[in-house]
Design a binder for this molecule. Structure first.
Ligand code: ZN
Length: 278
């Protein structure tokens, strides 16, 4: 997908949608609200009837509201038991299949927990699984961006450096840049200069494409020394979303900005309005 600018949308169906369990109505609501995109949340399982996925593909195309997706939480490519690793791989593949049916071209998920293992060993394991997943999706003729999320807790695989390395090593992998998690995880990256540093780093390491085609998550957030505690609305959080948007605009970044504040569409609209006025 090629983008003209940043697109703003919600993680899941907007709160003000009458039937909150109906993603087709969610897309219509996104359009009504003058937002740009929507993320399908498969947090608690990847199931969707064929008629729903085809209706979603249709409404997304007709209203020009592209979709992204988020895989289930129960994924750990570094689980102790091999069968849990296998089912994590299956969950990612299942998310990819359904996302593809809906017309989504980018999907994110939380790849693994360190489980007190060495991050280097965990990286190797995650990379191995990503190669398996890429190969199997290739055989199914499914082309989708696999985007491990920049995670908010220090117990979770998914630091900025890990995502950059994984992107270099596996061709269908790209980072899902959760700037709120980056702040929660490190206690840094909350000023314009630091945001520019991150974007310049992505460009240096991964090329211009990394900024032309981004999948970003943003919310308000609270944290302690172990990272992310709770998602908040932007106004109740110290996260400097204004400077993040300024940096993204100054670097001419393009792609999806998915808001997962509790108030979803309100913060998404606040960010879109701010961005369009810069
Ligand atoms: Zn997530």
């Amino acid at each position: 997908m090629s983008f003209d600018r940043l697109l703003f949308g919600t993680a899941g169906v907007p709160n003000c949608t009458v039937k909150k369990n109906n993603p087709v109505e969610g897309v219509q609501k996104i359009h009504e609200l003058s937002l740009d995109c929507m993320q399908l949340e498969f947090a608690h399982g990847v199931r969707m009837k064929d008629e729903v996925s085809s209706a979603l593909r249709k409404v997304s195309y007709e209203l020009n509201i592209p979709l992204t997706s988020h895989g289930p939480y129960y994924i750990n490519l570094n689980a102790r038991e091999q069968d849990k690793i296998d089912s994590s791989v299956e969950r990612i593949i299942q998310t990819a299949k359904i996302s593809d049916l809906c017309g989504a071209e980018s999907m994110t998920f939380h790849a693994a927990f360190y489980m007190k293992d060495s991050p280097y060993d965990v990286f190797d394991l995650v990379e191995k699984s990503m190669n398996v997943i890429e190969e199997r999706l290739g055989r199914l003729d499914i082309e989708i961006e696999l985007r491990p999320e920049l995670t908010g807790k220090t117990s979770q695989f998914g630091s900025l450096e890990e995502l950059v390395s994984l992107t270099k090593n596996v061709s269908s992998v790209k980072p899902c840049m959760d700037f709120s998690h980056l702040f929660a995880r490190t206690g840094k990256y909350n000023t314009y200069e630091e945001m520019m540093e991150v974007l310049n780093h992505l460009e240096d390491q991964l090329g211009k494409d990394a900024l032309d085609n981004m999948h970003i998550h943003v919310s308000g957030i609270s944290s302690n020394s172990k990272g992310d505690l709770k998602h908040l609305n932007l106004e109740s959080s110290k996260f400097n979303w204004q400077d993040m948007l300024k940096a993204l605009k100054d670097k001419n970044c393009k792609g999806y900005v998915i808001c997962n504040s509790p108030n979803l569409e309100q913060d998404a609209l606040m960010m879109k309005n701010y961005y369009m006025a810069i």
